[in-house]
Design a binder for this molecule. Structure first.
Ligand code: SF4
Ligand code: SF4
Length: 90
């Protein structure tokens, strides 16, 4: 699973930044095209939901999602790794 912030919903309040016990969110630095500074994700694979939600079939933390006033936080299934052929020319 992969943690995602929906940029169309987020208003940059940083409640998620304050609440996450693993400090996976941190304050963003650049405003987007709506002028909102979206939090950045610092190694989101550390999130218990990202790592273990698929394995246990349920949410294991999720306080960031609960506190977000704009329902901007969710988890997505990650696409399976698809090996690609690479042509190397000499
Ligand atoms: S709590 Fe929600 S609206 Fe606030 S910064 Fe985080 S994702 Fe954005
Ligand atoms: S689910 Fe918990 S650990 Fe994962 S990003 Fe949200 S608050 Fe942090």
């Amino acid at each position: 699973m992969k943690l995602v912030i929906d940029e169309r919903r987020c208003k940059g309040c940083n409640l998620c930044t304050m609440i996450c016990p693993y400090r996976i969110f941190r304050e963003g630095t650049r405003p987007n095209d709506r002028g909102i500074v979206i939090p950045e994700l610092d190694r989101p694979e550390r999130c218990t939901n990202c790592r273990l939600q698929g394995l246990y079939g349920r949410r294991l933390c999720g306080v960031c999602q609960m506190i977000c006033p704009d329902q901007a936080i969710s988890w997505e299934e990650e696409k399976p790794y698809e090996p690609r052929k690479v042509v190397i020319e000499f």
